[in-house]
Design a protein around this ligand. Sequence first.
Ligand code: FES
Length: 367
Amino acid sequence: MAEYTIKVRRYQPESGQGAYWEEFGVDLEPSLSVLDGLLQAKDREDGSLAVRCSCRAAICGSCGMKINGQSGLGCKTQIGEAQELADKKAGAAGEKPAGPTPIVIEPMGNMPVVKDLVTDMESTHWTKIRRVTPWLLPHGEAPEREYVVEPESMLDITQSMACIQCGACVSSCLSMEADPDFIGPAALAKAYRFVGDPRDAETKERLHDLAEDPHGIYDCTHCFACIDACPKDVAPMNQIMRLRRKAGEEGIEDPNSGHDHEMAFVKIIEKKGTLDESLLLQESFAPGIKGKLKPSKRAIKEMLGSIPTAIRGIKTGKMRSLPKLLPGVHHKLPDGAQDDVKAIYEHAEEHNEEFNLYIKGEEDELS
Ligand code: FES
């Protein structure tokens, strides 16, 4: 048995007061969970402490919360490990108290709090899950019995099927913090579960819908926070990248030119070895013109529309050197380094691998 202090962010709406912090002392085996600690505090000290849980085995997805600032499941996080992390964080911040550091527990982020650790998942989670039509849309007559597909054809979606809807990814999503209308990691991972399902007949329609929505697949900023938070290794961001890849393959235009922008990076690095920023706008909005300027009306509009962003980038120091934007001044790679880069591309093409390193293709998983 060891003693721990848990510091809980509490909110009791009936009191009429705002949120406040309260500390509880609990004694537990280090291998028991943070949820066990909360239940002990509720049992021994304050029965009004609200926490949602059911299975206590990382299956039902009820006990999502932030522990030491990291979203996850209370029942899957050992209290001993949470203590180690709390100590480490306090040490790194130079705030180590004389005794053990309290384990900080908060309700999930990006959601309204109902009471203490209980959040309202309807507005930010379930509404968005319903937004992606989370059921199969097969065409034709329904078979007499079940739809039969090759088990191998389902492998690609097993990762997204592992989601238990706990909302930890939504809680930590930085894009959703900036744009609350972003469909979000959980719902988009769910969308891939149906886009990748060979029995679904409305893949194209789904992809158009998700790519053309300004709060859809191109609203993700690749921050990896959802991957870190997910307790079931669903890696929602990877599912979003898969949706993007499929939308790109279908030639679907998106309002942010996200696919063309991604491809511009791939093409420029193949050609130059490093990123020649002077080509980025041109290749993103009028790809393939290689100096012969014949951009479409849309490309001209997009390029002009990007000027304020470019100016902001220069002003804030994101683009540190103006000459970098002048065509032809980009430095070449020394010796045979450019050939090495080309060889990587050839290898990736031969082996049907993705250039985007955090996407694992279907072939990869099959092998
Ligand atoms: Fe079911 Fe934690 S209580 S996932």
